[in-house]
Design a protein around this ligand. Structure first.
Ligand code: G3I
Length: 381
């Protein structure tokens, strides 16, 4: 039977890219013939995307905009390794909205063209967040005009890309249990202006602008086996449960997966994924990387520690039926971890499958290993 839900967008666009077949509970790719031959290149089996696709998984990475614009080696690496890409910054408010009246799609469209030329799907990130807002936001957006700004923005962006986005992160990081509300909602500008209803408003506007993209709620800090993550998981589940009850259009939950040595991941995350599935939602891993800033030692030792996290984490989420795996970057050359989680010894981060010389590290083999421990996809074309 045709399976139009897991890797898929919700409608006809999906047929251009991937058609999935569900057979005996396994989900496979049978896609190539539906893409124009000129743009489709089946991923090489020994790549992240290729090994993943052979086992029914859609895998890819976030793309750094300046790297995409200036670094041909980086472009080749992404083209070889990813079946789905997401802009690290170029679809956020700050990047799309130079002024309150204007939109600038130059950098985001560069990513879209790159993806199209290489036969890749695209995730949209993101439509509503408390960070990466333009500098004019604070002096311009008020309680009175916030609903208009939010819905106009979502309308403009989703219609610009309509039919070309696999899944949108509609609302990003709306939960922050530490802010002290019973519902766990973050005390963001959107909440202060519009109350909790801004979340439904954003999802409804996204569905109105793009009937096909899978609409995703995306958050971090829900992975670990500790009390803080458990509280956040509960709050996210409460949020998506109440959204479903109200009939708000939502298709998936994004588990960002910014992991950290020596955190551990286990039964809490398993239950969370099962609960999301019970609510009829898919679960995606949307921003996987591993922060090793507190692991002392040589690159070899650090790489081993990071790879162990990749293996055990991917084995866990894949065994729970997660079928979309996106890393937050593909190479340490462009990892946010180096700048934003610097090591005390000043050395670069080693949290991605390729190092800053674009060479595969242990995490790359760990990813392929986890994919290959799954059964072969029976319906692969
Ligand atoms: O380009 C300027 C540079 O000119 C300047 O010298 C420097 C000084 O701080 O800032 C540079 O811009 C920074 C940019 O990253 C490039 O490093 C921005 O300040 C900084 O805000 C931006 O951070 C991005 C962040 O989202 C906010 O947009 C990160 O690259 C990006 O990886 C991060 O991604 C987020 C996801 O969207 C949501 N989940 C968490 C994830 C990691 O924080």
């Amino acid at each position: 039977m045709l399976y139009d839900g897991c890797f898929m967008t919700r409608g006809s666009f999906s047929r251009r890219q991937f058609v999935l077949k569900a057979a005996n509970g396994a989900i496979g790719l049978a896609a190539a013939q539906l893409l124009p031959r000129t743009v489709w290149a089946a991923p090489e089996p020994n790549s992240v995307a290729g090994a993943a696709a052979a086992h029914g998984i859609l895998a890819g990475c976030a793309v750094n905009g300046p790297g995409l614009a200036t670094d041909a080696d980086f472009r080749r690496l992404v083209a070889a390794q990813a079946a789905i890409v997401v802009a690290e910054r170029e679809m956020k408010w700050r990047d799309l909205r130079p002024t309150p009246e204007t939109f600038d799609y130059t950098a985001a469209d560069r990513l879209m063209s790159f993806a199209q030329q290489n036969g890749m799907l695209v995730r949209g990130h993101n439509l509503c967040w408390h960070e990466a807002l333009p500098v004019w936001f604070e002096a311009t957006v008020t309680r009175d005009n916030a609903a208009q700004f939010l819905t106009d923005h979502i309308h403009n962006v989703t219609t610009h890309f309509a039919g070309r986005i696999h899944s949108w992160d509609v609302v990003n990081e709306a939960i922050n249990v530490g802010d002290g509300r019973r519902d766990g909602l973050r005390n963001s500008p959107w909440l202060r202006f519009l109350g909790p209803g801004y979340i439904d408003m954003a999802f409804r506007a996204a569905r109105a602008g793009d009937a096909h993209a899978l609409l995703t709620y995306n958050d971090y800090g829900i992975e670990a086996d500790d009390a803080k993550a458990a509280r956040k998981r509960d709050a996210v589940l409460h949020l998506i449960k109440t959204m479903k009850k109200r009939g708000t259009p939502i298709d998936a939950v994004g588990i960002q997966s910014h992991l950290r040595v020596p955190e551990t991941y286990g039964s809490g995350l398993r239950r969370f994924i099962r609960d999301a599935h019970k609510l009829g939602l898919q679960a995606f891993v949307t921003e996987l990387d591993v922060d090793d800033s507190h692991v002392p030692g040589s690159f070899a030792e650090r790489d081993r520690a990071v790879a162990e996290v990749y293996s055990s984490y991917l084995d866990l989420v894949l065994s729970e039926g997660v079928r979309v795996i996106v890393t937050w970057g593909i190479t340490d050359r462009y990892s946010w971890l180096t700048n934003q989680h610097p090591r005390p010894d000043g050395k670069p981060a080693r949290g991605l499958p390729f190092d800053d010389n674009l060479q595969p590290v242990d995490a790359f083999n760990a990813m392929l290993g986890s994919f290959r421990r799954l059964p072969e996809s029976p319906s692969r074309a």
